[in-house]
Design a protein around this ligand. Structure first.
Ligand code: FNR
Length: 372
């Protein structure tokens, strides 16, 4: 397909009412290669990420007292307007020329925290500055920003990224541990770079998938290990959050290494083909962690009922990845803000229908399980 993408819309048309609508419309607003890259993932795991939510039934409750209802929660001492964050997603400028700046302004306007990727296409300091400017203009409290770290080959480069994030006012470091070895062949279009990294390039060795021997190479021998988690814990005063765990045993090890929260994730189906969905492993993770650290999840979260299901099974909050880029491609900042608004409004409706005016009221009793 070689069609010129449509420019971003300047007004939101009334037929855009769900995240699925945004996904459908976004395709025409992005170059074909970028669209394919954003949507890509293991077909089985991608399908599972949605199917796992769809399999769960909710049990509505009637005539509950909903006065004083809200969706706020406190995380690391900071108030969030809803249990929703924007997941770290590389290269927002693939979707819109303003890239991460448009996303963070939406984030600030909606009070939805954002996790900025190591591979952001705008420097992390510029993003933090835009968030502060937006909060000042809108007269709202600054939104919590977290920085996502991909460990770099050279530890000094990783240390520098962490120091920059601290200096710029980021409030947590999210260490992504499930994508140290990657095999994407996607070539960035002209004008889009890894703005935080020396030379503007992601140096985690990318190689064409298939046929490449891994063991015995530097890629395998230098891959990050639990020692790097201990190193990071000792190198920053910020909370360290591990992203990309699925095994209960890894959750134990993470907490023993000082992780203050865990993001249960299969990277949007982009890493191990055949990995389970986060929502399916969540009960085992919650049991393993036993309240020692908040659990967040991502992968296929697209509706308010998905968020309720995640909360009922033990998650504190959820993150959304691709929908940010869909919103950006369709209508820039307004599109991302609308995506956040849809999720939040949809969550409130689901909570009301379940008779839960606040997040702490959502629990296993919200789930319907067929008596066997
Ligand atoms: C990602 N993800 C990701 N994760 C991360 O820690 N650092 C990154 O730079 C990226 N980059 C990235 C790019 C693109 C195009 C996608 C789709 C995903 C993974 C992301 O944080 C999150 O785990 C998933 O996107 C969640 O799944 P959904 O919401 O996209 O279904």
């Amino acid at each position: 397909r070689d069609v010129t993408p449509l420019p971003p819309l300047t007004a939101i048309p009334p037929d855009l009412q769900t995240l699925a609508d945004y996904e459908r419309v976004a395709e025409r607003h992005m170059p074909a290669a970028s669209w394919a890259h954003v949507q890509s993932g293991s077909a089985a795991t991608l399908a599972r990420n949605r199917a796992a939510f769809e399999r769960i039934s909710l049990l509505p409750r009637m005539l509950a007292d909903l006065r004083g209802g809200h969706t706020r929660l406190t995380l690391f001492g900071r108030e969030h307007q809803a249990p929703i964050l924007f997941a770290p997603v590389a290269y927002h400028r693939l979707a819109h020329p303003e890239g991460e700046l448009a996303c963070v302004r939406a984030s600030a306007a909606m009070g939805i925290g954002m996790v900025v990727s190591t591979l952001s296409s705008v420097p992390l300091e510029t993003i933090a500055e835009a968030a502060r400017d937006a909060a000042r203009t809108l007269g709202v409290a600054p939104v919590p920003l977290w920085f996502q770290l991909y460990l770099q080959e050279d530890r000094a480069v990783s240390a520098e990224l962490v120091a920059r994030a601290e200096a710029a006012g980021y409030e947590a470091i999210v260490l992504t541990v499930d994508a140290s070895i990657k095999t994407s062949g996607f070539a960035l279009p002209a004008g889009v770079t890894a703005a935080n990294l020396p030379g503007g390039a992601d140096r985690r060795q990318t190689s064409a998938p298939g046929g490449r021997i891994l063991f015995g190479t530097r890629l395998a021998d230098d891959a990050p290990s639990w020692d790097d988690v201990a190193w990071l814990r000792a190198s920053t005063r910020l909370p360290v959050i591990l992203k990309g765990l699925l095994a209960a045993e890894d959750a134990h090890i993470a907490i023993a290494h000082g992780a203050e929260a865990i993001i249960v994730s299969n990277h949007g189906g982009r890493t191990l083909d055949g990995a389970p969905s986060a929502i399916d492993v969540l009960p085992a993770m919650a049991e393993a962690v036993a309240g020692a650290a908040p659990l967040l999840i991502d992968g296929g979260v697209r509706t308010g009922t998905d968020i309720v299901k995640a909360r009922a099974l033990g998650a504190t909050a959820v993150l959304v990845g691709r929908p940010q880029l869909h919103g950006l491609a369709v209508a820039g900042m307004a599109g991302v803000a609308h995506v956040a608004h849809i999720l939040r409004a949809d969550l409130e409706l689901a909570m009301a229908q379940l008779g839960c005016p606040t997040l702490d009221r959502i629990g296993p009793a919200c789930l319907f399980t067929r008596a066997s």
